[in-house]
Design a protein around this ligand. Structure first.
Ligand code: PGA
Length: 272
């Protein structure tokens, strides 16, 4: 093996571990508030979180309900924290009562949006094809979609999770092609969301590695896309999950609703 081969191998290993070239793993810590919080609580949260020192390897993202986005726009203007919506219309504009377009999110200063959260998929009929169209609509306005994927308990128990994840990803790849590189993936096993149950570290490792294999097969290299883990993440388990290879961050529901708990998760992740 010559020097070049060794260099390639080392680079590859660094990428596998999700490290930056200085050797520190980077983490995205994302808060999904769902349909929680009031205007007053949002203001208080922002006061408490604004100005929190963030290590270079940490990126913080918050997904509040639509009506509070303007508070983020006003208050987080010069902060390192980015924010976005929990969903976006697949259409650009027009007679779509109740929908919010990517352009409108741009007006609110959003640089991100969730798409395909399991609650959207199961309660509101967002199929993988719809999710793909929503991601495309967001990208057209330079909004980064955080595409959520994940299997149900039944699919996990029947050992069908790989096929489910592949089908979900294939649908977005079909619509987006190489633009999928501009997205973030959040792996959220449905059975871990809001249940307090998390997969074993081996299961998380194996599944994230598998997701990267699918992405690699599309021609996307590990370094060009981030895969987050979501489902019952809290201050107690965040460090253990953070040290799993191929985990590049977290999408956090319940434990992100209190500034104290969210800040302690940020602190704990930066220590890993
Ligand atoms: P949870 O939610 O952290 O409350 O399990 C995660 C999510 O749904 O994104």
């Amino acid at each position: 093996m010559d020097k070049k081969d060794i260099e390639i191998l080392v680079r590859r290993r660094i990428q596998e571990l999700g490290l930056d070239m200085a050797g520190k793993k980077e983490y995205i810590i994302a808060a999904n508030w769902k349909m929680n919080m009031s205007e007053k609580e949002t203001k208080k949260f922002l006061e408490e979180v604004k100005g929190v020192p963030l290590a270079d390897n940490i990126k913080v993202m918050i997904f509040p309900p639509y009506p509070y986005l303007h508070l983020f726009k006003e208050q987080l203007r010069y902060e390192k924290i980015t924010y976005g919506a929990q969903d976006v219309a697949k259409e650009e504009k027009g007679a779509y009562t109740g929908e919010v377009s990517a352009a409108m999110l741009g007006d609110m200063g959003c640089s991100l949006t969730l798409v395909g959260h399991s609650e959207r998929r199961s309660y509101y009929g967002d199929s993988s094809e719809i999710v793909a169209k929503k991601a495309k609509a967001a990208l057209a306005y330079q909004i980064t979609p955080v595409i959520c994927i994940g299997e149900t308990l039944e699919e996990r128990q029947q050992d069908r999770y790989k096929e489910v994840l592949k089908t979900q990803l294939d649908a977005v790849y079909r619509e987006l092609g190489n633009m999928l590189e501009k997205c973030i993936i959040a792996y959220e096993p449905v059975w871990a969301i809001g249940t307090g149950v998390i997969p074993t570290m081996d299961q998380i490792h194996e599944t994230h590695k598998y997701i990267y294999q699918i992405l690699n097969a599309y021609g996307i290299t590990d370094n060009n896309i981030r895969v987050l883990y979501g489902g019952s993440v809290n201050a107690k388990n965040v460090q253990e999950i953070a040290s799993v290879n191929y985990v590049n961050g977290f999408l956090i529901g319940g434990a992100s609703l209190k500034a104290e708990s969210f800040k302690s998760i940020i602190g704990l992740a930066s220590e890993v």
